[in-house]
Design a protein. Structure first.
Length: 331
């Protein structure tokens, strides 16, 4: 089987990591976009017109239906699957998913919340599949707790945008006896200014590769993603809640306990009290208390980290997800 993962301008390595497992089943995977990215053992094709490459593949995987290149693929290829992350009905898709995806062979939802969204937008149940994102469990692997530094380190790895919640994390870190490590693309200046005023030590690593994130996770003790929903009353098509949070399964695979906001698809991934702790968004006091608890309780960190690794191996490994995708594409 020749699979073309067509992402046009939206091509990114985080999305493509999910398709690594299916390659081990003999599927030839090519990442297709208008620019280049680096993904281990995956071919890359750069194009200017998506219609020029469609005939090279037996199966095409495209993202959300509202992209014009997705609509072109649906119009010019008979074996197209759409991968959906969007989890708010009638938001970015404006409710057109049902009509636009009628030509798709199947619709692969990355979360149960996305699956529910597609039902609300009238995508036929028989076309819907639920398969989450995947993580490379060899790359993101645990380091023994006692091999890490003595002083706990808290890691934030995400884009430096308001909805990812770094501002709230810095505030909640006040008087917590731990270092805060941050990586991700964006303007770090306002966050560093806040950290100086609050008195929180922050080490910023810039935008790093997947390998870089994996290495940072091995050096840290706790992972935090305190997301905030976007609610735009004037233009509700811009509304957003966390659609999955691939960094969460990367952290769990690395044996880290996770603290994350109780919103969007996050509760599907983080088992509250088992693999981590869920807190309400913008709850600085609760986030602060949870940080202090995990910073001071190494046994709890180890227990949650071990459970997180087990959950990832059973549900989110590239091998498990790759087998599910192969069955869907071959059906």
């Amino acid at each position: 089987m020749r699979l073309g993962v067509v992402r046009d301008f939206a091509l990114n390595s985080t999305d493509l990591m999910t398709f690594q497992g299916i390659q081990r089943e003999g599927v030839e995977v090519t990442a297709c976009g208008t620019h280049g990215v680096s993904v281990k053992n995956m071919s890359l094709k750069v194009y200017s017109d998506v219609r020029s490459i469609l005939d090279e593949f037996d199966v095409i995987d495209v993202p959300d239906a509202f992209y014009s290149f997705t609509q072109h693929a649906l119009a010019y290829h008979d074996n197209v699957f759409a991968t959906i992350w969007d989890n708010l009905p009638y938001a970015k898709s404006k409710g057109f998913a049902g009509s636009l995806l009628t030509r798709a062979k199947g619709v692969i939802c990355r979360s149960l919340m996305a699956h529910e969204t597609m039902l609300w937008e009238n995508v036929p149940q028989k076309k819907l599949f639920f398969t989450p994102a995947a993580v490379d469990t060899e790359l993101f692997s645990p380091l023994e707790e006692d091999l890490r530094s003595l002083r706990p380190r808290v890691l934030f790895a995400a884009r430096l945008v308001p909805e990812k919640g770094l501002w709230d994390l810095i505030i909640a870190m006040k008087n917590v006896d731990a270092e805060l490590w941050v990586c991700g693309p964006g303007d770090v200046a306002p966050y560093m200014d806040l950290a100086e005023r609050v008195g929180v030590p922050v080490k910023y690593f810039g935008a790093v590769t997947h390998e870089g994130v994996a290495n940072l996770m091995k050096e840290c003790h706790i992972f935090v993603l305190p997301c905030i929903p976007i609610l735009d009353i004037e233009d509700m098509y811009h509304d957003w809640v966390e659609q999955f949070g691939v960094s969460l399964i990367e952290a769990m695979s690395s044996g880290l306990p996770v603290i994350a906001s109780n919103l969007g698809a996050i509760p599907e991934i983080v088992l509250d009290g088992v693999t981590g702790v869920l807190v309400p968004p913008r709850s600085w006091h609760e986030l602060h208390y949870t940080l202090k608890t995990l910073v001071t309780d190494a046994a709890l960190r180890k227990s949650m980290g071990k459970e997180g690794r087990r959950v990832v191996e059973e549900r989110y490994s590239s091998e498990v997800v790759g087998n599910e995708l192969l069955e869907i594409y071959s059906g």
